[in-house]
Design a protein around this ligand. Structure first.
Ligand code: PLP
Length: 420
């Protein structure tokens, strides 16, 4: 072929699919393989992580009809409040701990009450959240705990799978999130009765929709073909760069989400693809974990940069907190469009997405806004080679040393000491 696109790293370490995943024998169903691996009796497959969350909320709200609020961190995926509303409930936002992605425990306790149906501790970017504290606060008021483990399939917390500590947990099988069937979500529930009602609710609100399933089938085939270093420019990089040229940050981050997201059954072919690929997930996580552990020191050694880390998490990307917004933006200016897998998690704190409208608690989330302004991500895809990773570190370090946030009259002392 005369045209050969440049190599491009994806923003997250998704596990690539191969042609062999698309056909052939299936030894065990995807849901059974996932249950065995997670150490639970049963998992339930829905058409997305968002759909899984919607099904869980709809089921749980039937058990506690006077509880209408669901507590979520003020910095998370915008699909999360959309799912809450789709289930006929209201999101209540809780601010983060300063300089952290997890909810502030005191604010969480203050927000939780008799009106609270569930608290949603959220494992972001493979890093695990404090489910123990959330569970204690929930127990004191009779609320459920739903773990958002969308970005943490395969992570462990206190020796057990993240997502299995609360009453309910869900995982995403979306494109780029570890194991993917292009769009999909897995649900787990601790209690037999809850599991039963979630299963019935899933059948009721997510029935067959051949049009959606056909579309996802084509998309999964396209993903299999293009999720590779020389396919990603077409599928991901070029649209990203077009959005950045337009100054369209939500488009660049892929955050124009539809209120009317689909709810439908996942077809047999896509289930089989996930089942065939499943045996590669644990080794893929082991190797990306080893890569992340080897690369973290280069990032943590940059003064003023915080790289999040824990013992049992997975590593789709390395999550960084920069000293200030100007420095973060200067790094993104140089790297977001550069094919090195540097990106942003979520562009805004939830109250700052115009399409979400107002939400309870949204007027007081300074730490979530600060986190949104200072965070960036470096892919942990195996396709980002060592030389490219070193380049990324060098750009971050040079940018931090230049201190664009301080580069103004009156800040000269800080400037000269940083250069010295
Ligand atoms: C992606 C994501 C979701 C939604 O999962 P989908 O499978 O994309 O619907 C929910 N929560 C978080 C934190 C996510 O990153």
């Amino acid at each position: 072929m005369w045209f050969r696109p440049e190599r491009e790293a994806p923003p997250t370490a998704g596990m690539p699919l191969g042609m062999a995943d698309l056909g052939g024998e299936v030894r065990a169903p995807l849901t059974a393989l996932a249950a065995q691996w997670l150490g639970v009796e049963e998992t339930q497959l829905e058409c997305s992580g968002t759909a899984a969350f919607t099904v869980a909320l709809t089921a749980l709200s039937g058990h506690a009809r006077n509880r209408r609020e669901v507590i979520i961190p003020a910095f998370t995926c915008p699909l999360v409040p959309l799912a809450i509303r789709r289930a006929g409930l209201e999101p209540r936002l809780v601010d983060l701990r300063p300089g952290h992605f997890d909810m502030d425990p005191e604010r969480l306790a203050a927000a939780c009450g008799e009106q609270t149906l569930a608290i949603v501790p959220t494992h972001l970017g493979g890093r695990t959240a404090d489910v123990t504290t959330a569970s204690a606060i929930a127990a004191a008021t009779g609320a459920y705990v739903i773990e958002d483990a969308a970005q943490a399939l395969g992570a462990t917390l206190d020796g057990r799978a993240a997502g299995t500590h609360g009453d309910v947990g869900f995982y995403s099988l979306a494109a780029g999130k570890g194991l993917s069937i292009f769009e999909g979500g897995l649900l787990v529930a601790r209690d037999d009765a809850v599991r039963d009602s979630i299963r019935r609710t899933g059948r009721r609100i997510a029935g067959w929709h051949p049009g959606w399933e056909l579309r996802r089938t084509v998309e999964l085939a396209g993903y299999t073909a293009l999720y590779r270093p020389r396919g990603l420019a077409l599928a991901y990089g070029n649209p990203l760069r077009r959005a950045l040229r337009r100054g369209d940050l939500l488009g660049a981050a892929g955050e124009y989400f539809d209120v009317n997201f689909p709810l439908h059954r996942v077809g047999r072919w896509r289930r089989a693809v996930g089942a065939r690929a499943f045996h590669r997930l644990a080794p893929f996580i082991a190797s990306t974990t080893a890569q992340a552990r080897a690369r973290l020191p280069a990032l943590t050694s940059i003064p003023g940069v915080h790289a999040f880390s824990d013992d049992g998490g997975t590593w789709p990307y390395l999550m960084l907190l920069m000293p200030d917004e100007a420095t973060r933006d200067a790094v993104l200016q140089r790297l977001w469009a550069s094919r090195h897998g540097v990106s942003r998690m979520f562009v805004h704190a939830l109250p700052d997405y115009p399409y979400l409208g107002t939400m309870a608690g949204g007027d007081d989330v300074p730490n979530a806004r600060d986190f949104a302004r200072r965070t960036l991500t470096v892919t942990n895809s195996p396709w980002l080679d060592d030389a490219s990773f070193e380049h990324v570190c060098a750009v971050i370090e040079a940018t931090v040393v230049a201190r664009p946030g301080q580069n103004q009259p009156g800040a000269m002392n800080g400037w000269s000491s940083a250069v010295a």
